[in-house]
Design a protein around this ligand. Structure first.
Ligand code: ZN
Ligand code: ZN
Ligand code: ZN
Ligand code: ZN
Length: 244
């Protein structure tokens, strides 16, 4: 039956018997000759071909791989952003989206509040221009000036690069803070993480507080019992002496 024949969608050649050579695209198979006009979808494990130069992802994966601002397919460099506290991330309820490079540049300052609250994760992915390699890195921010870590070199300790600070200068600035100022920073962080827990789990912090209060009274109760016991023993010996 001629209807069962598979034809290359570009040159119409019969490729019914070229299963291993012809390749799938978004809207049909192409023959081995025509496949040179296509490249593989960039999504790992996807073997759908897309037109060379104009596209990076197949129809199915384009939806996942578009910038949430401009709705364009992301290019060689893009940013995958997850916003939500740890609980939301663990339960897959955090907000996840991709940004193209220019929309990352436009929005990156607005995410710094979430950084200080520990509510954001940013993965920067990049393809080398010649298509030979793919890489990704988690971004952090400088502890002092809050610059994003892909904008600075970090502090070199021999072969190891420390990305906690953007520069030796920022590290010095942080080191010069008095221990009191550092303590304030830590306390501010703890406060914000506590209020985070309160927002997501309204019941449990109350329980925690009452539990803490209980355990705080315990030494006093034990102490009181001890003191009463000693008084009892003293009184016992005193009355025994009087009896003699
Ligand atoms: Zn063809
Ligand atoms: Zn794909
Ligand atoms: Zn965009
Ligand atoms: Zn810095």
């Amino acid at each position: 039956m001629s209807e069962e024949k598979i034809r290359c969608k570009d040159c119409s050649r019969d490729i019914t018997n070229e299963g291993g050579v012809s390749v799938p695209t978004d809207n049909g198979m192409v023959c081995q000759n025509c496949r040179t006009n296509y490249e593989c979808c960039r999504q790992i494990n996807c073997n759908i071909r897309v037109s060379k130069g104009s596209r990076k992802y197949c129809d199915k994966h384009k939806k996942e791989m578009e910038c949430s601002e401009c709705r364009k397919e992301v290019e060689d460099v893009y940013y995958s952003i997850t916003i939500g506290d740890k609980l939301e991330r663990d339960y897959n309820e955090a907000k996840k989206f991709n940004l193209c490079q220019s929309h990352w540049q436009q929005n990156k300052e607005s995410y710094k509040e979430q950084v200080s609250q520990g509510k954001i994760e940013v993965l920067k992915s990049f393809y080398s221009k010649d298509g030979s390699g793919f890489g990704a890195e988690w971004l952090t921010t400088c502890k002092t000036c809050q610059k994003w870590s892909d904008e600075y070199e970090g502090v070199k300790h021999g072969a190891i690069i420390d990305y906690t600070f953007c520069s030796a200068n920022c590290q010095k600035q942080y080191d010069n803070l008095s221990s009191e100022e550092k303590q304030n920073l830590i306390q501010a962080k703890q406060l914000s993480s506590n209020s985070q827990i309160k927002q997501t789990q309204p019941n449990s912090p109350q329980e925690e507080i009452t539990n803490q209060n209980k355990s705080n009274y315990l030494p006093w109760i034990l102490g009181g019992v001890g003191v009463l016991g000693i008084i009892g023993i003293v009184v016992y010996f005193l009355t025994r002496k009087e009896n003699k």
